[in-house]
Ligand binder design. Structure first.
Ligand code: CA
Length: 714
């Protein structure tokens, strides 16, 4: 095509421009080779890509790129930003495949971006019903996609597994992986192994039976399903794994709760051993005396499973917390590495589950190599090296009396991914240092419409606001030596939300902050080398990729999740973003002003006599999102700052679902008009204790009285 510029009319210029744009996009796709198991397994051969959730099947989250390194990182700057259009929690790890970034946002939405510029190529919205937000224990988050061939795989909050065509985001197939009459949700990223898409689900806090399944990547047909806990005796024929598991449950276990054991996040895969590793969560009903009267280990809750991905059969299992009573899930990130221990190269699996012990297992057979406390823990003294079982102290037994237990229900480490650097042989862990008051609900009865943990939430709610149940520096970046099982270094933060990690061959560790900074540390000693503010809190793990010889660091931003709703430290408006950085980048960071808001409640709407009842109902139904003491963070509306219009619509919102599309479902199945008024009175009473909020939130966080680390030691 030859063009004479003098004869070119304006429309022609525009059409040529359109052709060029189309060619550019076609070019992005023309380069795209199908994603295969060989490519994911050999991720180091394509260091510029990020093909799978943890970059490789071993989920090390280590980038071999090193143009950005300890010497050059000072020149790192923002090069593009993309606004995702949501204000809820953002937990995704983006994929980068042949120049295109694919990410998920809150409400299971997907976006494809030009990884050089952040320009949006397409968007996909599975249109999850807003009312489904009530079934999400921990916000309407999503942690990312899997890629295989020319497709992407999304686990949607409502339990659908959806295959999208990479080129335009159109649906290739969609299957419902859960019983929609039960409070199942999906927030985790699928993985694809040998042409099978593996996906689990969540919901143990409400009461569901946990499992994970494999679906044919091309057709969506289910290949196999693995239940992690037995169903009621006689309900179905037990697999070999279930015959083993059933022996560890009492005959009169609380079968109606489904027993939990949900697989809501972590998987890893070893192609040589052909073993798929699966992290299993806590039981439904935390109180083990009620859940399985008379005892039992309650397999496979809080366990790491190794299964054959071809048929879903169990090869070995290791239970980190037998008879768990504290929400000590083993769904935390698992890292596979080959490291030298006592002069011998070992194929290990490493995990820092919620229970506070860092585990190094032989991943060929599940044998315990070592386990030591990576945070303060009072519920167990140590892990017996002979039996592989934690030795309980009794200080965590809350069936008959209330107990202050550490780690808290959020764990010593939650979903926030770790990172392993083969260069330092250190594991970088986003650790949590908290205490939690457990108190049993003596009148507990199973009710599918609400949470079924067996706790007395009203007692917790009364207790927590007066004593800030945090250690000093409740979140920390902990560098851990898995060989010596000792801390190498640690950096502490005064805020309650963790953030995921990336390490690189540039001897750097990257982590975001709740305050809206991205920070680079020297991997060997934790020295801070670089920091840039983006003004949106970050909890997702950064990634790195390379295009045209330039290395990028990218991260999604937006606070939320289980802790986001319980943290009153946000001073920004939490606008979801993707931020990408490169050397010489100088796009100014978005400036978001802090918002000072005034309380607008009408004291005459409060009935003093209903406040106590309102607190109890609030604790049972509202506290999970709107926070202890009605202190929510900014991602859920702070009810103390509700507008006059909201106060007037109180009944319509709570009983008629007026705000269901926003994620606030109707609670008419569990609350009466009188109940709703009682909750309103309680909320107004808390609002009247304060007059305005905003920057003072930050001050409160700084002033927070914290508990010395040895507070529970005796
Ligand atoms: Ca849980």
């Amino acid at each position: 095509m030859k063009i004479n510029p003098e004869q070119t009319s304006m429309p022609a210029v525009i059409s040529i421009a359109l052709v060029l744009i189309a060619m550019l996009h076609a070019g992005l796709q023309a380069n795209a080779a199908p994603v295969t198991g060989e490519r994911i397994a050999a991720a180091d051969k394509e260091p510029g890509q990020w093909l799978s959730h943890g970059r490789d099947y071993g989920e090390q989250r280590f980038s071999p790129l090193k143009t950005i390194n300890v010497d050059t990182v000072k020149d790192l700057g923002l090069t593009w930003k993309y606004e995702t259009g949501n204000h809820r929690g953002m937990e995704a790890t983006p994929l980068v495949i042949d120049g295109v970034m694919y990410l998920t946002t809150a409400w299971s939405r997907v976006a494809a971006l030009d990884a050089r510029t952040g320009k949006e190529l397409w968007r996909y919205d599975p249109k999850v019903d807003g009312a489904k937000g009530r079934d999400a224990c921990c916000d309407v988050v999503n942690r990312g996609l899997a890629a295989w061939g020319d497709k992407l795989y999304l686990g949607a909050l409502d339990g659908r597994l959806i295959a999208l065509n990479m080129k335009d985001g159109s649906e290739a197939w969609s299957v419902q992986t859960t019983d929609t009459s039960k409070p199942y949700t999906i927030t985790g990223a699928p993985r694809v192994v040998k042409g099978k898409v593996v996906i689990g689900n969540g919901g143990a806090e409400f009461g569901v039976r946990g499992y994970f399944s494999a679906y044919d990547a091309e057709t969506g047909e289910m290949a196999w399903r693995f239940y992690t806990v037995p169903d009621a005796p006689g309900e179905s024929v037990d697999s070999a794994a279930m015959i083993l598991a059933r022996k560890t449950w009492a005959p009169d276990s609380l079968w109606e709760t489904g027993l939990g054991g949900t697989v809501w996040d972590s998987f890893a895969y070893d192609p040589q051993l052909n073993l798929l590793y699966v992290g299993v969560g806590n039981a439904s009903q935390y109180n083990r005396e009620v859940r399985s009267p008379g005892g039992g280990d309650n397999l496979f809750v809080s366990s790491i499973l190794a299964v054959n991905p071809d048929n879903g059969e169990l090869v070995w299992h290791y239970q980190t917390t037998p008879a768990d009573a504290w929400d000590y899930t083993a769904t935390q990130h698992m890292i596979l590495a080959d490291i030298s221990i006592l002069g011998q190269k070992r194929k290990v699996l490493m995990q820092a589950p919620k229970n506070g012990f860092f585990y190094v297992l032989d991943r060929t057979n599940g044998e315990l190599i070592s386990a030591e406390k990576y945070v303060f823990a009072n519920w167990a003294s140590h892990v017996d090296p002979e039996t592989g079982r934690p030795v309980e102290t009794g200080l965590g037994d809350w069936a008959d009396q209330s107990r202050m237990v550490s780690p808290a229900v959020f764990g010593g480490h939650n979903w926030h991914p770790m990172s392993f650097s083969p260069q330092t042989e250190l594991v970088y862990i986003p650790t949590l240092h908290q205490v939690y008051p457990f108190q049993a609900d003596k009148n507990y009865e199973y009710d599918i419409r609400t949470t079924n943990t067996g706790e007395d939430y009203a007692a917790v709610a009364k207790f927590a606001p007066s004593v800030r149940v945090n250690f000093c520096s409740p979140t920390r970046l902990t560098a851990w030596n898995p060989v010596t099982q000792k801390q190498a270094w640690q950096v502490g933060f005064n805020r309650g939300v963790s953030a995921g990690l990336l390490s690189t061959a540039g001897s750097l560790v990257f982590q975001g902050t709740t305050g809206g900074d991205l920070v680079a540390y020297r991997d060997a000693n934790g020295e801070e080398l670089w920091r840039q503010s983006v003004n949106v809190g970050i909890m997702a793990p950064p990634i790195s990729y390379e295009l045209d010889g330039e290395q990028y660091i990218a991260v999604v931003a937006g606070i939320g999740g289980a802790l986001g709703g319980h943290t009153d430290v946000l001073d920004n408006i939490n606008t979801g973003h993707v931020f990408a950085f490169k050397l010489g980048g100088k796009e100014p960071a978005p400036v978001v002003a802090s918002v000072e808001k005034q309380v607008q409640v009408d004291a005459s709407q409060m009935d003093e006599a209903l406040v106590e009842r309102g607190l109890e109902l609030y604790a049972q139904h509202c506290i999970r999102c709107h926070g202890v003491g009605v202190r929510s963070s900014g991602l859920y509306p702070d009810l103390r700052l509700s507008s006059a219009a909201i106060h007037q619509s109180w009944e319509a919102i709570l009983l008629e679902g007026a705000l269901a599309p926003n994620g606030m479902a109707s609670f008419s199945d569990v609350l009466s008009k009188e109940d709703v008024n009682a909750i309103h009175s309680y909320v107004i009473s808390t609002a009247l204790e304060s007059t305005s909020f905003g920057n003072r939130m930050l001050q409160r966080a700084a002033d927070m009285v914290c508990i010395p680390a040895d507070w529970l030691a005796d």
